[in-house]
Design a protein around this ligand. Structure first.
Ligand code: NDP
Length: 311
C-alpha cells in the first residue's frame, strides 16, 4: 500500500492542538484563561464518548472545561436558562451543545440561543450568514478541519474544482462555503442530484459527507483527485464491528493523489478545531470587552489599549 498518499489526520490534529496549546499559554500569561462549557442532554452512548474526548483534549490544551450533564427529561426551558446563564458569564468563552438532543427539544431554537460569539460549533445563523458572506466568523469544526487537511495536501486551492457530496448544515453547506471562500469552483451534490457520479468524476477535490458506507469507489474519481472522507459508518464485517467511511478506501487509493482514512482522518481534526475556535472566541471577547471599555471612558487613550494576538 502506498501510504504516502494517505493523509494522517491524527498528526495534523496534533499540530493544530500544539499550536492551540501555545496560544492558550500566551493568553494565560496575559491574564486570559480560555474556558469551554460542554452541555450533554441525555445518555446517548456515542455522545458520552464524544463529550469525554472533548473534555480530555481541552484539558491537554490548557483550556478550562466545564461539563453540564442534564437528564434526558430536562425541559427545554431549563436548557435555555442554562444557556442564558453561560452566555452572561464572562469567564466562559465557548458553549458546545452536544447533538443529538432528545426529541422534545427543538434543536434549531436552542442552538440559536447560544451567543454568536460563544458559538464554537459555528451553528448560529449569524455565524452561518457571516461565513456565506466570506467574513471571519466562528465556523463549524469538521469543515474547518477538512480545509486544513486540504491546504496541507494541496497548498493553494484557488481555481480547483471541488465536489462536496452532502448538503447538511453541519458539514456539506459550510464545507461548500469554505471552499468557495478559498476560491474553488464548487459543486454540491445530494440525494436528488442527477448522475452524482459523473459530476464527481470532474472534481480535483472530493469531500464526501453522506453517511453511506463505501458509496464512493474509484469509478467516481478522476485520476489524481484529492479525497476527504468525512463519513463515519459502523458496519459488521467478517464477524466484527468496524468503522468505515463514505469512500471505498481500497478501491479509491490507487486512483487518487491523496485520501483521508477512516478512522484517523477527519475525526481528530474536528476536536482540534473545537479547541481552536474556543481560543479564537476568548480572544475576540477580550478585544470586544476592551473596545467597549474604551468607548465608555473618556479618559482612555489609544496607547492604553492592550493588543493581543495569537497565531
Ligand atoms: P446528513 O444525514 O445530515 O446528510 C447527508 C447528506 O448526504 C444529505 O445532504 C443527503 O442529501 C446526502 N445524500 C444521501 N444519500 C445520497 C446519495 N445517494 N447521493 C448523494 N448524496 C446523498 O449527514 P451529516 O452531514 O451530518 O454527516 C455525514 C457523514 O459524516 C455521516 O457519516 C456522519 O457520521 C459523518 N460526520 C463525521 C464527522 C467527523 O468528525 N468526522 C462530523 C459530522 C459528521 P439530501 O440533503 O438530499 O437528503
Amino acid at each position: 500500500m502506498n501510504t504516502s498518499k494517505v493523509i494522517d489526520g491524527k498528526a495534523a490534529a496534533a499540530r493544530v492542538l500544539a499550536s492551540v496549546k501555545a496560544d492558550v499559554s500566551k493568553l494565560k500569561s496575559d491574564g486570559i484563561e480560555p474556558a469551554l462549557a460542554v452541555i450533554l442532554v441525555g445518555q446517548d452512548p456515542a455522545s458520552q464518548v464524544y463529550v469525554r474526548n472533548k473534555i480530555l483534549r481541552a484539558e491537554e490544551a490548557g483550556i478550562r472545561s466545564l461539563e453540564y450533564r442534564l437528564s434526558a427529561e430536562t425541559p427545554q426551558a431549563e436548557l435555555l436558562k442554562l444557556i442564558t446563564e453561560l452566555n452572561d458569564d464572562h469567564s466562559i468563552n465557548g458553549i458546545l451543545l452536544q447533538l443529538p438532543l432528545p426529541a422534545h427539544i427543538e434543536e434549531a431554537l436552542v442552538l440559536q440561543a447560544i451567543a454568536p460569539g460563544k458559538d464554537v460549533d459555528g451553528f448560529h445563523s449569524e455565524n452561518v450568514g457571516g461565513l456565506s458572506q466570506g467574513r471571519n466568523v466562528l465556523t463549524p469544526c469538521t469543515p474547518s478541519g477538512c480545509m486544513q487537511l486540504l491546504e496541507d495536501a494541496c497548498g493553494d486551492l484557488s481555481g480547483k474544482h471541488a465536489v462536496v457530496i452532502g448538503r447538511s448544515n453541519i458539514v456539506g453547506k459550510p464545507m461548500a462555503a469554505l471552499l468557495l471562500k478559498a476560491h474553488c469552483s464548487v459543486t454540491v451534490v445530494h440525494s436528488r442530484s442527477v448522475d452524482a457520479k459523473a459530476l464527481c468524476r470532474q472534481a480535483d477535490i472530493v469531500v464526501a459527507a453522506v453517511g453511506r458506507p463505501r458509496m464512493i469507489d474509484s469509478s467516481w474519481l478522476k485520476p489524481g483527485a484529492v479525497v476527504i472522507d468525512v463519513g463515519i459508518n459502523r458496519i459488521e464485517e467478517d464477524g466484527r464491528s468496524r468503522l468505515v467511511g463514505d469512500v471505498d478506501f481500497d478501491s479509491a487509493l490507487p486512483q487518487v493523489s491523496a485520501i483521508t482514512p477512516v478512522p484517523g482522518g477527519v475525526g481528530p481534526m474536528t476536536i482540534a478545531f473545537l479547541m481552536k475556535n474556543t481560543v479564537t472566541a476568548a480572544l475576540q471577547q477580550f478585544h470586544s470587552r476592551q473596545a467597549h471599555a474604551q468607548q465608555s471612558t473618556t479618559q482612555s487613550s489609544p496607547s492604553e489599549a492592550v493588543c493581543l494576538s495569537i497565531s
